[in-house]
Design a protein around this ligand. Sequence first.
Ligand SMILES: [Cu+2]
Length: 269
Amino acid sequence: MSLALLSSYAQQAGTSMAQAMAQAAAKGSAAPVRNAFSQPGGIVAIRAAAASLRAFVWVIPFILIAYILLAYVIIKFRDKGDGRKPATFHENNPLEFLWTIIPLIVVITVALHSYPTLTFMEFGGNNPALTIDVVGHQFFWEYKYPQYGIDISNDTLVVPANAVVDLDLTSVDVIHGFYVPGLGIQMDALPGRITNLWFKAKPGYYKGQCTQLCGVNHAQMLIDVQVVPNDQFQAWLAKHRTQSASLPAAPPAALPVAPTAARKARGKA
Ligand SMILES: [Cu+2]
């Protein structure tokens, strides 16, 4: 990859991040923008990151022991050119028992400590404040707020802060993947099936992307989630309800937004 190409990628990334911050500021939220390398901002993401760090801390001594022993053996028992025959012993039952049982105990400990996090990710989002239907299309996301009669496509998903938000995902064409690392959520959107996710997050602007190679414009299936304080969310709801009410009652599925044109227009705005 050429240096020019790399720097153009960096410039694109810089521009989009600056745009995201400007959008967040324009919408009255000076909250941080979070991507895959930021501090997690959702409660699921925070717990998953803590569990991951804990497992890493338990596992790292074994990696160190193995490599330090390997280095020791290579240096200590190398052929010194003095004609000595190498030892040919094998089997040491107590040692073999130890190096089996100790990692096994650690694996079981990691599993037991991860289990509450996994069940929390699966079942922790009971009594959601808001349920949103997320529909994957080639190549954009559609968000329906059935409680409020709002249906938006190829736009920012706006949700209230510090509230349980429930997402029911599906797709109208091929398999898409809904992935927002700062919220700690990732789930496939499958045609003919409904999958489920939940999150609860601090205010902020969260970046995500489709994670299933869904076709030629897969790379354009970006995800923008804006988490705002409740009063701002209510204002957003009021604005979009009136907009929805003023629209003719056309079935949205029959009138898909042209994703490329709409995204380009949004990029220029
Ligand atoms: Cu996709």
